[in-house]
Design a protein around this ligand. Structure first.
Ligand SMILES: [Zn+2]
Length: 283
């Protein structure tokens, strides 16, 4: 089973996770820029993080045979912090980099006016830079948040097939499908969506335009949830072709719209100038 995890925060994970993911079939992933848990207090902590997403982390992934790509954005939660908002001015230079395959995660956390502004501004950046957009739907008040996200996407003028609405569930899948956007589902260990519910959604809505991710991060999460979903699909009677579509061909098609997917080692290694020095230092 070949697997492309379209949403996972590897900066928060260990090398054991990389090894286990490779053993489970993961050969490519996308790491969206997001909140670190600890609030950022300056623009500098964003730029250091973004530099790591295009430099250090792809190098780490490449050592385990996994192609690493990322998405860059001011995340919804920190769009409310005046210390963080000025990072919007620095996004264009990151959106030009090879390993960056979308603008994201953008969208709503608490649905404030500040989040509205950052969301619309970053959809405009996606259009300007000809990149897809990864939209995080809020975990609280999900139905209203998803509905409002779809309205903002529509107003922005970005083509819906260049947008994924992520963290969907049974309550939001129908409106998301109706919007023409891609459908993203995050499979968690014991809250929100699980693999059996995912299989039921695939039965009802089909495999077209569906992305399944682990969304693993610094919280309780499981980087092998993509594989577990593939196994659950097979056990439920889906073909290996269906599994390949959901876990590989769909994410390749969606992020391939950036024109920057590199599935044989990635642009990563060249990008990180410190590689050889660090490699030497570790030996
Ligand atoms: Zn995330």
């Amino acid at each position: 089973m070949r697997i492309f995890d379209p949403h996972i925060h590897m900066s928060s994970r260990t090398t054991d996770d990389y090894a286990a993911m490779h053993a489970a079939g993961v050969r490519a992933l996308v790491e969206p820029a997001f909140w670190l848990g600890q609030p950022r207090t300056s623009v500098g902590s964003f730029t250091d993080y973004f530099d790591a997403l295009v430099g250090w982390e792809p190098f780490r992934a490449s050592q385990f045979g996994i192609a690493h790509h990322c998405t860059i954005a001011l995340n919804p939660k920190e769009a409310n912090d005046p210390r963080c908002v000025p990072i919007l001015d620095s996004l264009p230079r990151y959106l030009e980099k090879d390993g960056v395959v979308a603008v994201g995660e953008i969208g709503y956390d608490s649905m404030t006016a500040e989040e509205d502004t950052a969301f619309a501004a970053q959809l405009a950046l996606a259009i300007t830079h000809e990149l897809p957009a990864l939209v995080h739907t809020p975990h609280r008040d999900k139905a209203a948040g998803t509905e409002r996200s779809i309205a903002v996407v529509r107003e922005s003028g970005i083509a819906p097939e260049r947008v994924v609405l992520d963290h969907l569930n049974e309550l939001t899948v129908a409106m998301a499908k109706e919007s023409g956007c891609w459908l993203g589902f995050s499979i968690y260990p014991d809250t929100k969506m699980d693999e059996d519910r995912m299989v039921a959604i695939l039965r009802e809505y089909g495999t077209e335009r569906v992305l399944v991710n682990s969304a693993a991060d610094w919280g309780k999460s499981d980087p092998l949830k993509t594989r577990r979903t593939g196994d659950a699909m097979l056990a439920a009677g889906f073909s290996s072709g269906d599994v390949d579509r959901v876990l590989w061909r769909n994410p390749v098609e969606f992020y391939g719209q950036s024109g920057r997917l590199s599935l044989d080692g990635g642009p990563a290694e060249a990008e990180f100038a410190g590689n050889s020095i660090l490699r030497g230092a570790r030996k």
